[in-house]
Design a protein around this ligand. Sequence first.
Ligand SMILES: [Zn+2]
Length: 324
Amino acid sequence: MATLEITFLSSQLEERKRRLEEAIAMAPRNTSLGGLLHEVDAALERMSKGTYGFCEECHDPVEQDRLLADPLVRYCLDHLTESQRAALQRDLDLASQVQRNLLPPTNLKAGCWETSYHYAPVGPVSGDYCDLIPSDGHLFFALGDVSGKGVAASMLMTQLHALFRSLIGVSLPLGQIVTQANRVFCESALAGQYATLVCGQAKSNGEVEIHNAGHVPAIVVGKGGVLRIESTGLPLGMFHEFDFSATRVQLEVGDALFLYTDGLSEARNADDEYGVDRVTGLVRQQAGQPPAELIAACLHDLRSFEAGGPRLDDLSLLAIRRQV
Ligand SMILES: [Zn+2]
C-alpha cells in the first residue's frame, strides 16, 4: 500500500482512538467501547510492525477500497468469516435493490417517442447510469458510465441520477443542466473519478438535442442511413469550468437513436474486440425496428460474439424511436 494511503489510514485510526478514549471517559462501564479501542490499538501496532493491510489468513494484501472504508479490516474477501460474508451479501443485495428501483419504467412511451433499455450490472451493482424523464411533452434521456466498478461507482451513479432528476425539474436549457451537473459532480467525486455521459432531449417535433461528454459515439439510424454522434466534450467530474456543446438532429417517423456503454463496444472474445463499427453495422441492419427489437438483436449478436466467454463490464443499452 502506498505511503499516502498509510498516512491517511493512520490519521483515521488516531482520530478513532482519541474519540474512543473520550467516550470511555464519559461511559466507563460500556464494554464494547473498550473492545473497539483494543482493535484500534492492534491496528496501529500492525502499522508500526509493517504487517498492516495484509490478510491474517493468507498474508495477501487486503483490498484497498475495503481498508479505506473500514481501517480495522483484517481479512481479504476470500477469508471472511461466515457471519462477515453474510453481512456483506446483505449489504450488496440491498444496494442492488436500491439501484434497480432507480431505473425508469421499461418500454416507456412519452409523446411521440417509444423507448426500450437493457441494464445489466456485471456484479450486484452497476456504475452505469440509465434514465428517461418525460417533461412537458419532451423526453430527457441519459446513458452514462462512472469510472471504476462496484459499490463506489454505483454510489456516484445514484448521485448522477439525483442530480439530473432535480435539475430537469428546474426549467433550464439542457446545456446549462449539463454544465451545472458537471460542477456539482466535480465537488462530490473523489479525485480520479469521473463519468462519461450521453444525454439529451427528444422534442415533440422530432428534433433531438444531444450532448456527448466523453462517451462512446451515439448512433442515429433511419431511412437516411446511420450517423454517429461523437463526443464533443470531456467526461463529467474532470474540470469545474467547462461548457458542453450540443449536436442537433432531426428524426423522422421510424428513425431511432441508439445509446450504449463500453460494456458493449469493448466486449471481447478470445481474438477480438466488439468495437463501435460492429455496433454501427448492427444498428444499420435493424433500421426501422421497434426499440425492444433493436435491443434484443443487439444482445443476441453480443452473445454470439462472446461465444460463452465471461462478461467483464457493466452493460447498458438504450433505444429511442420516433413513432409518430
Ligand atoms: Zn486472505
